[in-house]
Design a protein around this ligand. Sequence first.
Ligand code: ZN
Length: 153
Amino acid sequence: MSWIWPSFVDRELPLTREQRRAIDRDAWKMWFRNRWNFILYMLVPISYVLALPLLRDAAGMLAGTLGADGLGQRMVRAGVVILLPAACFVLAGAVLQRWRFAPCVYEATRRHGCDVCTRCGYWLRGLDDDAQRCPECGARREPMPVLPLEGDG
Ligand SMILES: [Zn+2]
């Protein structure tokens, strides 16, 4: 399942299991703090409900075109109405997660003292302090946050 819900915390980072859990919790807190994240996620099921009549029509047309009857027709309908949206859910979820959730994890990781890139999560160890960019993705290197997340501790 890790390809659906990968951990965005680098396995190599010198963190205890408890710290990793705390990072996950902090990342979720940050994620929920921005209501756009929630709205974007809700758009996925909402667009499914709105598209359902269209999907039914498309399924009926497809079944007709294929000349499927009985069981075949039901399978075509099930495929279009259930499997196709399910694939879209997984895809949209993965995109949103990478785009909206991963940066929260990177930020939380930094608040726990590990200098990782804010864009791609690359561990910026051993870099000169005057290195200004992430060697992995070229994002500007941000100064480490000094304050722990509110409500922490
Ligand atoms: Zn990077």
